[in-house]
Design a binder for this molecule. Structure first.
Ligand code: ATP
Length: 417
């Protein structure tokens, strides 16, 4: 069925604004003008490795039935984007896209490309021409890349996010959300809402000067109303909006046959064998090498993944794992979560002496000797032993809430026993 679609992206900067807030302001203006949208507004997260993203690389879209006042809707959108975008920031290059019709298979392919890889402004502009979309570029207009994708993205699996916005005089000031109320809300609504808290860390609260006071993520919109009523903010909420979104769906993760087929700035599920014991470098980042018959790749659990590094450190050479994550700027695979497929519980050790002590090497090709009782043996062969492992085969392990990507599907949504 034909609809009128609106896509908006790239309106914010690290110093302020948020495309969802701008969209919410537009929706309020629509309401004042009796313009109704179909379904929920959508917040679509695109490639987490896109080079010019401000934070979470999200674009916004909404759809209207054709009996709405389309001309007025367009006027309102362009007016709000031109007034509220953070034009002073070099990296803010808003793009608005209007499209009338059906979402075609080529539009779906385009949106998947925007999630899986990198698209240029020229490519987006050419594609808009092909589908007959109307584009509005502000400054460089990079936002059209994400706007077309936000309109076109299919949502087979989806979640909802309720975003509560602050009064404008509070923008940039410290947020004071009552921790206990969030704790209670989490207790009452989890797992239908998720990623609310992480120990003492309030995950619903952004740490940037944007207009968002908090965001609550959930599987359905009903539970969000209940959660909203439970959170005590200690400041006025100017407005709130519920978005339908591809967040927490693993939509960015592609299946791939082998390591050699993976590309930089894309995200995958990849199976391989651990080559070496994970090690930490300066700054607290943890690395190991994963290999298969085609190639090998350095894998990382960076410092912000905190306790996840301890889990990763339990991996050993010979373990077979399935990693979920993506290849970033350093050409390293950033792990979001992993499943243990097969644990190598075999180690080769120096033999045990009759006296019960572990023997040491007597020198190259000279066998082993016991420092305790003096006994020697001529053979150089180490003995095979089985060790108890601190990981469980078949089990998934994920980064903590504080270090999780918007698109990453948390284990709580994966229906795992
Ligand atoms: P926020 O999450 O706070 O709204 P953001 O992280 O979404 O900010 P934007 O300001 O929207 O960042 O900037 C992201 C830019 O990257 C946009 O111009 C968007 O069109 C563009 N973009 C999105 N996906 C891709 C992609 N796959 N390849 C190239 N550019 C992309």
């Amino acid at each position: 069925m034909d609809y009128f679609y609106i896509g908006i992206d790239d309106t914010d900067s690290p110093d302020g604004m948020c495309t969802t807030y701008l969209a919410s302001s537009i929706l309020n203006e629509f309401e004042r003008n009796a313009i109704e949208i179909e379904d929920f507004p959508r917040l679509i997260r695109l490639n987490p490795f896109a080079p010019f993203k401000t934070r979470g690389n999200g674009g916004v879209s909404f759809k209207l039935s054709l009996d709405q006042d389309i001309a007025l809707a367009k006027e309102i959108v362009l007016d709000y984007v031109s007034r509220l975008s953070m034009f002073d920031c070099e990296n803010t290059n808003p793009g608005v896209v209007f499209y009338k019709g059906e979402i075609t298979p080529s539009m779906v392919d385009y949106s998947l490309k925007a999630i899986y890889s990198i698209i240029s402004i020229e490519e987006a502009e050419e594609f808009a021409g092909e589908i007959g979309a109307e584009i509005h570029k502000f400054k460089k207009g990079r936002g059209i890349i994400g706007s077309i994708a936000a309109i076109s993205c299919p949502l087979e699996d989806y979640t909802y996010e309720l975003l509560a916005y602050r009064e404008s005089e509070k923008f940039g000031q410290l947020r004071k959300i009552d921790y206990d109320s969030v704790y209670e809300m989490d207790k009452e609504t989890f797992p239908e809402t998720f990623e609310n808290i992480d120990g003492k860390y309030l995950a619903i609260e952004p740490k940037t000067p944007c207009p968002v006071l908090y965001g609550i993520r959930a599987n359905n919109p009903e539970v969000l109303k209940k959660a909203y009523d439970m959170v005590v903010p200690n400041e006025n909420i100017a407005d709130f909006q519920i978005f339908k979104t591809n967040q927490h769906t693993d939509m960015h993760i592609q299946d791939v046959d082998c390591i050699a087929d993976m590309k930089q700035y894309s995200c995958y599920k990849i199976r391989g064998e651990v080559k070496d014991k994970p090690h930490v470098i300066e700054g607290g980042h943890m690395f190991f090498t994963l290999f298969d018959e085609s190639s090998e790749i350095e894998c990382a659990a960076y410092e912000p993944t905190k306790s996840f590094r301890k889990t990763v450190s339990k991996l050993s050479a010979g373990d077979v794992v399935e990693l979920y994550g993506g290849i970033g700027r350093e050409n390293t695979f950033n792990i979001e979560k992993f499943q243990v497929i097969d644990l190598n519980d075999v180690v080769y050790k120096n033999p045990l002496c009759q006296c019960g002590k572990r023997m040491t090497s007597a020198g190259r090709n000279k066998g082993f000797k016991c420092k305790h009782c003096g006994k020697t043996i001529k053979s150089d062969e180490k003995v095979k032993e089985h060790v108890k492992r601190d990981l469980i085969e078949g089990r998934f392990y994920e980064t903590p809430v504080s270090a999780r990507r918007h698109l990453a599907k948390p284990l709580i949504r994966m229906n795992l026993d």
